[in-house]
Design a protein around this ligand. Sequence first.
Ligand code: FAD
Length: 375
Amino acid sequence: MRILVVGGGMGGTILANNLARRLSGELKSGKASITMLSASEKHMYQPGLLYVAVGKMTPDELYRDQVSLLESSITFRVDPVTKFNLKENNVVTESGKQYDYDIIVISTGSRTFAEGTPGLAENALQFYTEADAVNMYKRLQHFDGGKVVVAVGVPHKCPMAPLEITFMLADYFRERGIWDKVQMHYTYPIGRVHSLEPVAQWAQPEFDRLGITYETLFNMKEVTENKVISEEGTEAEYDLLVTVPSHKGMQVIEDSDLGAGGFIPTNRTRLNIEGYENAFVIGDTTNLPISKAGSTAHFEAEALAENIASTIKIGTPVRDYDGKVFCFIEAGEGKATYAMFNYQNPPNPKAPTKGIHWFKTAYNKMYWASARGLL
Ligand SMILES: Cc1cc2nc3c(=O)[nH]c(=O)nc-3n(C[C@H](O)[C@H](O)[C@H](O)COP(=O)(O)OP(=O)(O)OC[C@H]3O[C@@H](n4cnc5c(N)ncnc54)[C@H](O)[C@@H]3O)c2cc1C
């Protein structure tokens, strides 16, 4: 049984390690094999980029060699897939090789698409790549006050990042002693400040308390060098613009006709690609109506690994993915809270505490144990 995992990020790594342990006997005897294809020999802890953008972490803290995170029974290759041929059970890679499989799991993630909004990439600070987060921190140090706009597009990965960067920027300006010279304004595309209603109900009074203004139903249409113009016909003037732009899946997903915008139609409980029994998708690349988060990828990976292993061992899957997501929310002032939810139960964020912030800070280090499947 040849299992091919495409993508060595959060979802792919947790899935491959979990599967390697469950199938250790089959891997030893040669009845099964696990191969991972990825686009990088490095594994990045992406949540750390938020902290890099405000000078609380440095990029070197965010990386490990991918091979050091994987069970030794997994074959790892840096050879990005350029074409998925699901009907023929194979993929073609950048090096020109063809990999045949019996089971495939796709976890190639998502990417920002600022280019979709005229003027946004040229004028806004971003923090979703190492280069962008470092650039943002450098630019912040030369900002001495004025109008700061945080403008958000959907869909995007990390549901809490727009709120977190807003609260973390408020902290940054306070620590610099320029908070009284800053007016912060937050824009969000739907009719409340966050897509999850209970999170919006928690965040809005926090914004009010801090004096951060907001405009909802604000879909970015165009950005000039001093204002953001919305589809709805309103404008937000800025001296400093920070954005979480809308995202797409990877180009190869669209090029292989697997899903509009690079997001693949996915069965919500079994995580198979609609129409295929032996092809699965986890993490940001699904089109599921749940948050694109590392924890989503993690919980999906655990459920799917159990099902692939049980199908090989006893001929049937045993678990449904229930839509579970867990997200910390950095709330500023040294405090954090969290949101935990699934398909049936909405989140219910509590008042932020210092303890939860410390736990999140610790998790930033513990992540590597989680990727190895030890947590
Ligand atoms: C600033 C920021 C803050 C975040 N904060 C949080 C947080 O606090 N909590 C949380 O849960 N989530 C957070 N996230 C989101 C989280 O990082 C992602 O949702 C998660 O990494 C998704 O996992 P994935 O496996 O789908 O994709 P990724 O982890 O992005 O992995 C994708 C993998 O696919 C590989 N790949 C890409 N193209 C190809 C190809 N053609 N062939 C082969 N391999 C390919 C890449 O090299 C990579 O290894 C944050 C993200 C960012 C950017």
